[in-house]
Design a protein around this ligand. Structure first.
Ligand code: PXG
Length: 305
């Protein structure tokens, strides 16, 4: 029989079939918790430092105390990959409020639940063009920065899910959400970029976005390639009249948007700047300085819990 994958759960590495959490966990009962989606490329974890920092910032904003240090958490991610012999993987790191009673009060939950799942996933990046997707502008507004802001990478994804249901019902691939002011925010699980006259624009944090790690690397890449890039408010008009629109996130990497609300974007295919950034991003993700090698002698302390 094939060996089961293992999952890190509260200090132990357990078989996938035994990796279960309580029905009293507030992560399940209330979406009270935080997470990260991370990728390993060719034996190296892409920007793990940034993912760990973002996880701890998300937790801090919820007054959720993670019971591991950042170094310990880093080691748990690496060890989960080692134990599953994974060189190209998607990693899901979750910290929930933990077990409590049926009341919403987080103070009643003593110990946060921590788990790390790693599954094989190969990169879609390569010499060929990125996928082209069709999108709608959703009628669902992105939660504003003074509400359940998506600046927090929390377990509460109903805002994105409602938009995704709308795009499913419209028979397209993606939903782009406007913020409460009416400006473009982000897609359900990716950041949005528009290109007009050779200038790349992407919504700023005012639009209630998650500051994507992929987004950050693309902004940096634009700088390296001397492509002008702006973090600014983007209107729906600017979105639908753009020369190119693309989406960026850890899991889906970079996707071109060929159509929005039934109208073509540019030629309806992959534009030249999207293609260039996609090709350069493919090179970037395997640069040694962008990742943390997994299969190396341990340097960090073992996780304690
Ligand atoms: N915005 C939101 C709301 C996200 O959830 C991104 C942007 C992109 O961020 P990164 O750091 O990945 O470049 C995300 C990404 C999925 C999936 O299935 C992705 C995310 C969350 C849940 C599922 O692709 N987060």
């Amino acid at each position: 029989m094939e060996k089961e994958p293992v999952v890190y759960l509260d200090g132990k590495y357990v078989e996938k079939s035994k990796a279960v959490v309580s029905v009293f966990d507030h992560g399940l009962l209330y979406g009270d918790g935080v997470f990260e989606g991370i990728r390993e490329y060719a034996g190296s974890v892409f920007r793990l430092d940034e993912h760990i920092d973002r996880l701890y910032d998300s937790a801090k904003s919820l007054h959720l105390k993670i019971p591991l240090s950042k170094d310990q958490m880093t080691e748990v991610v690496l060890e989960t990959l080692r134990r599953n012999h994974l060189r190209d993987a998607y990693i899901r790191l979750v910290v929930s409020r933990g077990v409590g009673d049926l009341g919403v009060d987080p103070q009643l939950c003593k110990d946060p639940t921590v788990f790390v799942i790693a599954e094989p996933m190969s990169s879609g990046l390569g010499p060929r063009d990125p996928k082209v997707v069709r999108a709608i502008v959703s009628s669902v507004r992105r939660d504003s920065v003074d509400a359940t802001s998506h600046e927090i990478k929390s377990l509460n994804y109903l805002n994105s899910i409602l938009a995704k249901i709308e795009s499913n019902n419209a028979g397209v691939d993606e939903a782009i959400l406007l913020d409460s002011r009416g400006f473009v925010s982000e897609a359900s699980v990716t950041n949005v970029f528009v290109v007009k006259g050779g200038i790349v624009s992407t919504p700023s944090s005012a639009a209630g976005i998650l500051r994507g790690i992929t987004r950050g690397r693309i902004i940096k890449l634009c700088g390296d390639l001397n492509i002008e890039v702006r973090e600014t408010d983007v209107t729906r008009f600017e979105l639908v009249t753009a020369d190119e629109v693309f989406l960026a996130g850890t899991k889906s990497e970079i996707r071109a948007v060929g159509m929005i609300d039934g109208g073509k974007i540019g030629s309806g295919g992959v534009g030249p700047i999207t293609r260039r950034l996609y090709q350069e991003f493919a090179k970037l993700v395997v640069r040694p300085e962008e990742g943390l090698p997994v299969f190396q002698a341990k340097t960090l302390s073992a996780p304690a819990r």
